[in-house]
Ligand binder design. Structure first.
Ligand code: NDP
Length: 425
């Protein structure tokens, strides 16, 4: 029996590597992060907006639930599911999967953004009180959190019907709490409808700019016109979301799609965390108006522009190189060979630091907080959290790349010693 047990153990298909603090992280994060969302929304609307208040400002039970919030949230997800299914835009193939096949994905997220934008303008034209989103923010976040939990349970359960080659590497440890959190199945689909790809850039990301617009309309209700700070925050973040959707095809080669299973971590991140914490600056500005000088605004716009330029150019350079290394825009860049047959860029943006795209993203994150002034720490939550997220993500990516490319990766690290910030980190 013992021998059999050992043999079975050796042959076990379960993965052993654990991330995000393993089981402890998988238990604590799904409790801690939803509470953080509710805390941040409540703090942003309290008069002192303190992040170190004790007891922390959390919504009272009668502020948590509003059936209208559930109707709006489910209606919004259903609208985007319909837009996803519309035969608009092209269809692209993802990377080759373990079984040698490639999945097809509709590239129509930008159409979804434009159509939902037109619908919103129509609603506004008909007098719909979009500013009411400010009052609904807590119940909307509660519903998004609840939907994330229910959806993640569904994803976990259905993953047991998936063939073993369809499971994500690292998502099949056999520990139910960890696997539920990290995601077992790599590309769960209902027919051709890809659940992870749908959630990644659509309801939550577009929802984020709608929440921002709701905050702007609330400001108009309260003060007659939107402030310069609110306009900057709305415009910068709309540019970021529009850019992500315009370049939607690039998501097909990201870690989230290629490597990570679809579990609570991604579901909650996509549906609850992004729309309700990334919109914190706009929510803060409703209660804490800021005056911004023209010079201050110009400096912030320049910072956002520089960040965007680095972010877009570096992402496009790598995507172009991965799609067609002989393309004239990348053909002359210096590269090193790896044992896998793929090459690594060591000049151009990817010769500056090992993650120039993260550098640009972080400069933009700072530009989104600066319009909120220096009186409070809360609007800087995003840039602080995002720095931690990207440092952790960079570390995960390095481990994957070292495993993939071995010695060639070490050579790249020697040639390009800094990870994100030149001469600093
Ligand atoms: P990246 O676009 O940084 O891709 C990393 C991959 O690029 C590596 O795994 C490797 O894959 C390839 N690569 C690394 N170095 C080189 C090189 N020198 N030459 C060629 N290829 C290289 O991945 P992310 O998904 O982390 O980021 C994509 C964008 O999304 C970033 O701009 C990031 O800032 C942003 N982002 C935003 C978030 C948000 O919440 N706002 C969250 C996460 C990311 P391979 O070799 O297999 O091609």
């Amino acid at each position: 029996m013992k021998t059999n047990g050992q043999t079975l153990k050796q042959k076990s298909p379960h993965d052993t590597e654990r991330e995000f603090g393993g089981t402890l992280g998988a238990v604590c994060i799904p409790i801690f992060l939803p509470l953080t969302v509710l805390f941040l929304i409540s703090a942003s609307r309290s008069s002192d907006a303190g992040v170190f208040q004790w007891p922390p400002p959390l919504p009272t039970t009668d502020q948590l639930w509003d059936p209208l919030a559930l109707v709006i949230l489910l209606g919004w997800i259903a609208l985007h599911a319909l837009l996803y299914l519309m035969p608009l835009g092209k269809v692209s193939e993802g990377l080759v999967l373990k079984d040698g096949t490639r999945l097809k994905y509709p590239i129509n997220g930008f159409h979804g953004l434009c159509i939902s934008g037109v619908l919103l303008l129509l609603f506004l034209g008909l007098g719909a009180p979009l500013g009411y989103l400010f009052e609904l923010l807590v119940p909307l976040a509660v519903c998004a959190i609840a939907v994330s939990f229910v959806f993640s349970v569904y994803l976990y359960m259905r993953s047991f019907w998936a063939p073993s080659h369809a499971l994500a590497l690292g998502g099949n440890t056999g520990n139910p709490l960890y696997d539920f959190f990290i995601g077992r199945e790599l590309n769960p689909r209902i027919g051709d409808f890809d659940l992870k790809y749908f959630c990644e850039l659509r309801p939550g990301l577009i929802g984020w700019v709608v929440v921002n617009l709701g905050m702007l309309m609330k400001e108009v209700e309260l003060r007659g016109s939107p402030s310069l700070a609110m306009i900057l925050v709305n415009s910068f973040q709309l540019l970021y979301v529009a850019d992500a959707l315009w370049n939607e095809e690039a998501v097909l080669t990201t870690m989230d799609i290629v490597h990570d299973g679809f579990g609570f971590m991604l579901v909650f991140g996509d549906l609850a965390w992004v729309p309700f914490t990334y919109s914190l600056q706009a929510a803060f500005l409703v209660v804490h108006p800021q005056t911004l000088s023209t010079l201050g605004a110009a400096v912030i716009i320049a910072l956002n522009g520089i960040g965007y330029y680095i972010f877009r150019k570096s992402n496009s350079q790598k995507n172009q190189f991965r799609r067609d290394p002989t393309h004239p825009s990348v053909a002359r860049l210096e590269t090193i060979a790896t044992a896998t047959g793929k090459r690594l860029l060591v000049s151009g943006w990817w010769g500056l630091v090992r993650h120039p795209n993260y550098l640009g993203d972080l400069l933009m994150a700072l530009a989104w907080s600066l319009p909120c002034g220096f009186s409070h720490l809360l609007p800087y939550f995003y840039v602080i959290y995002f720095t931690v997220l990207l440092i952790h993500r960079e570390d995960r990516d390095e481990r994957h790349c070292r495993a993939k490319y071995g010695l060639a990766w070490d050579t790249y690290c020697r040639r390009v010693p800094y990870r994100i910030f030149p001469y600093l980190y």
